[in-house]
Design a binder for this molecule. Structure first.
Ligand code: HEC
Length: 118
């Protein structure tokens, strides 16, 4: 039977679910380095990834309409320059970002996908 006393726990469970959902949709944070600060290049790479890439490749790089990047991208592209080229020029259903991202942003997002997504 419905009782008003059941409502607060339901609200609490929903809040937790929303909280977890919000975390899952943000790409992983850059870990702090030996100096206690995250590498600013990786922080900028994370911003680029969140804004431009996560919609297709998944917030944690685990894939979506685009292929999985996390854990595989460094094997697929032993040379990070080849990975940057795909991002610049695009390939099949992947748009090219040459005119929309600076060289520094492309280098930063390449590093982020290799070093933080793993
Ligand atoms: C509109 C969706 C979309 C967006 C946005 C997008 N990608 Fe892709 N990406 C794809 C698809 C689809 C492929 C597979 C292309 C193919 O079939 O060759 C791909 C391939 C790649 C590859 C090669 C993966 C491999 O295993 O060969 C890399 C690296 C990559 N994307 C990185 C990025 C980065 C970094 C961004 C953001 C700057 C980005 N992508 C934005 C859809 C997207």
């Amino acid at each position: 039977m419905w009782s008003p006393t059941l409502r607060p726990p339901v609200v609490a469970v929903m809040s937790v679910a929303l909280f977890i959902g919000a975390c899952a949709s943000a790409p992983p944070e850059v870990p702090v380095g030996p100096d206690g600060e995250p590498d600013p290049v990786l922080v900028s790479g994370r911003e680029v990834y969140a804004a431009r890439c996560s919609s297709c490749h998944g917030s944690a790089g685990d894939g979506g309409s685009g292929p999985r990047l996390a854990g595989v991208v460094a094997d697929v592209f032993p040379d990070p320059g080849d990975q940057a080229l795909v991002i610049r020029e695009g390939r099949d259903n992947m748009p090219g970002f040459d005119s929309r991202l600076s060289d520094d942003q492309i280098d930063a997002v390449v590093r982020y996908t290799r070093e933080v997504l793993g």
